[in-house]
Design a protein around this ligand. Structure first.
Ligand code: SPV
Ligand code: MG
Length: 516
C-alpha cells in the first residue's frame, strides 16, 4: 500500500498491510510538485526517513530511474540502507523521468545494457543482505510490446534484479497477464494495476503475481477529503458541520505517540511528575495596610506579586502542575496557568485545613510550600530528587536570623547538622516555635515533599482535619508534620544553609528582590 509521509505510512501499517510502497507520484504530489524529479532525491530521502521512523513494516521505495546512472544508484542504495529501507524499485527510463500515465509513449526508454549496469551497481553496493532491487520494465507503457518487455526483463534478471515490476498504462490487464504467462517463475513479478481497477484481484492472484501495489490511494483519498473540508469550511465559515467529519484531535495525538512521550517524561524529565501546592490563603497581618485588600502572596516585590516569583521558580525546575489555595481576598489571585482551590473560612481556620482544600491535587508525588517563601531552584531540586515518603529542608544557620523578632518553625532532628553528618539518615523529631534553644537543630524552610505513598497518607490525615473542629481551627503545617511523626511516619531532613526567604516584613520585600 502506498504511503507518502510518516503519517500515511503509520496508517497503512495500522491497517494491516505487510509492506509500504513509497510512491514517487504521491511523495511529489504531497510536496506540491510534479512527478518529474522536481523534488531532489535527498528531499525524497528525508520523506523516507520519516516514514521509516514511523513504522516497522518493510518499505519498498519508488526510486524512479535511480536518479541518474550506475553511480547515483550505488549511492542511493547505501543511503536507503542507512534509513532502514527494505528495497528500491527503479524503472528503465532516463533522468529526469515523468509519470508513466503522462505521455507514456513519448518517454524514451533506457538503453538495456546501461540500465542493467544500474541494477548491477546497486546490487554490488548493498551491504544489507536482504535489501531488494526491483527492476521495473516500461516496455508496454512506451508502446513496445511483449518481445521487448521479455528481452529487458531477462537482461535485468541476469544483472541481479530480485524481482521484475511489469507496468501497463492500459485499463485491461492483458499485457500483464501475457507477460506473466511468458515469463513464468524466473523471478517474482510485481504489478501496479492502478488503471485496471475494474479487474478482480483474484485474476492477479490466479495468474501468480507475487505482489500487487495499490500505488497512490492514500494520497488520492487525502486530496478528496481535504478538498471537501476546505470547500465546506470556506462556504459555511463554521466548524460545526466539520468537526464530526474529521479525525478527532485525540486520534492525531494517538498516531503521533503522545502517550509514549508522556511516559518518557516521567522516566527522564526531572520534576515532570511532581506537583506543587502553594498555600496562599493567609492575609499576613504584619503587612498592615499592604494586605488590607489582597493576600500576602499578592504583595508586590520587584514589580510583581510574590506568588509570581514563586511560580516562576517552580516552573524553572520543570514542575508545571501548580495549585494555589486561596483564602483572604481570594479573587485578587488571578495568575494564569494555575489550579485554584479555595478556603472559604480563612479567618477561622488554619493551614492544615487550607491544605485539605487542595486534596484533589495531592495525588502522586507533590511539594507543599507557602505563598510567601522565596527560594532558589536547587532547594526544590533537592526535594524532588529525594526518594523518601516525606522530606523537608532545614536551614542549619538558624541562629543568624534568630535575633529578628519573628515567628519561626524550629526543629529538632535525629542528628544535628555537622560536616560528618550522614545525611541520608537524618529524621525530623519535632517542629515547634517554642523549642528550648539547646534542642534546636535548625529552622524548617516551609517545604514538605511527599511521595506517591506520602500523599496518600497525607490525604487520610487531611480528611480527619476537615471533621475535627480543633484541628480545623488550630493545626498548622508544623502540627501536621508532628502528627505524621506521632503516627510512625519518618520525615527525612535535608540540611542546607540560607538561600531562602520567608517574607515577613517590608524589609524582606527588599531582600527578596535578590530571588527574582
Ligand atoms: C508511483 O507510484 O510513483 C509509480 C507507479 O511509479 S505509477 O504512478 O503507476 O507509475
Ligand atoms: Mg513513480
Amino acid at each position: 500500500m502506498e504511503a507518502h509521509n510518516g503519517l500515511s505510512a503509520k496508517i497503512v501499517e495500522e491497517a494491516g498491510f505487510p509492506a509500504i510502497w513509497a510512491s514517487g507520484l504521491s511523495i511529489s504530489a504531497a510536496l506540491g510538485v510534479r512527478d518529474s524529479n522536481e523534488a531532489s532525491w535527498t528531499q525524497v530521502l528525508e520523506a523516507l526517513e520519516f516514514m521509516s521512523d514511523a513504522t516497522r513494516i518493510p518499505i519498498l521505495v519508488d526510486g524512479d530511474t535511480g536518479y541518474g546512472n550506475f553511480n547515483t544508484m550505488r549511492r542511493l542504495v547505501r543511503k536507503l540502507e542507512q534509513r532502514g529501507i527494505a528495497g528500491v524499485c527503479i524503472e528503465d527510463k532516463v533522468f529526469p523521468k515523468t509519470n508513466s500515465f503522462l505521455r507514456g509513449t513519448t518517454q524514451p526508454l533506457a538503453d538495456v545494457a546501461e540500465f542493467a549496469g544500474r541494477i548491477k551497481a546497486g546490487k554490488d553496493a548493498q551491504t544489507v543482505e536482504d535489501f531488494v532491487i526491483v527492476a521495473r520494465v516500461e516496455a508496454f507503457v512506451a508502446g513496445w510490446g511483449l518481445a521487448e518487455a521479455m528481452k529487458r526483463a531477462e537482461a535485468y534478471r541476469l544483472a541481479g534484479a530480485d524481482a521484475i515490476l511489469i507496468h501497463t498504462a492500459k485499463s485491461f490487464p492483458d499485457e500483464l497477464l501475457a507477460f506473466k504467462r511468458e515469463w513464468g517463475d524466473r523471478l517474482p513479478v510485481v504489478i501496479v494495476p492502478t488503471k485496471c481497477y475494474a479487474t478482480p484481484t483474484e485474476v492477479f492472484q490466479e495468474a501468480g503475481f507475487s505482489v500487487v501495489i495499490w500505488a497512490n490511494h492514500m494520497m488520492r483519498s487525502s486530496i478528496s477529503a481535504m478538498q471537501q473540508t476546505a470547500r465546506a469550511l470556506y462556504r459555511d465559515q463554521s466548524l460545526a458541520a466539520i468537526e464530526d467529519r474529521v479525525a478527532p484531535l485525540a486520534e492525531v495525538f494517538r498516531l503521533q505517540g503522545a502517550d509514549e512521550l508522556a511516559a518518557a517524561e516521567r522516566r527522564y524529565l526531572p520534576g515532570s511528575q511532581m506537583r506543587a501546592v502553594i498555600l496562599g490563603a493567609a492575609r499576613g497581618p504584619e503587612f498592615g495596610e499592604l494586605t488590607r485588600d489582597r493576600p500576602k502572596c499578592m504583595v508586590e516585590m520587584a514589580g510583581e506579586p510574590i506568588l509570581a516569583h514563586i511560580v516562576r521558580a517552580y516552573r524553572a525546575t520543570g514542575i508545571r502542575d501548580l495549585s494555589v489555595v486561596r483564602g483572604h481576598r481570594r479573587q485578587v489571585i488571578d495568575l494564569e496557568g494555575l489550579r485554584y482551590f479555595d478556603n472559604e473560612e480563612p479567618d477561622t481556620t488554619h493551614e492544615a485545613f487550607s491544605l485539605s482544600r487542595a486534596t484533589p491535587a495531592l495525588h502522586g508525588p507533590a511539594l507543599i510550600s507557602y505563598g510567601d517563601v522565596l527560594f532558589r531552584k536547587y532547594v526544590v531540586q533537592q526535594l524532588v530528587d529525594t526518594e523518601a515518603d516525606f522530606a523537608v529542608m532545614v536551614d542549619a544557620q538558624w541562629r543568624e536570623s534568630r535575633n529578628r523578632e519573628r515567628y519561626a518553625d524550629y526543629v529538632t532532628c535525629s542528628l544535628p547538622f555537622s560536616r560528618s553528618t550522614s545525611f541520608s539518615q537524618v529524621r525530623l523529631v519535632e517542629v515547634s516555635n517554642e523549642l528550648p534553644e539547646e534542642q534546636i537543630h535548625g529552622e524548617w524552610m516551609g517545604f514538605l515533599k511527599v511521595s506517591e505513598r506520602g500523599s496518600e497518607v497525607l490525604r487520610g490525615l487531611l480528611a480527619e482535619v476537615e471533621h475535627d473542629a480543633e484541628k480545623r481551627a488550630h493545626m498548622d503545617m508544623g502540627g501536621l508534620m508532628n502528627d505524621l511523626i506521632s503516627r510512625g511516619e519518618k520525615i527525612r531532613v535535608i540540611y542546607t544553609t540560607g538561600n531562602w526567604l520567608d517574607v515577613d516584613s517590608v524589609d524582606d520585600l527588599l531582600l527578596g528582590s535578590e530571588f527574582t
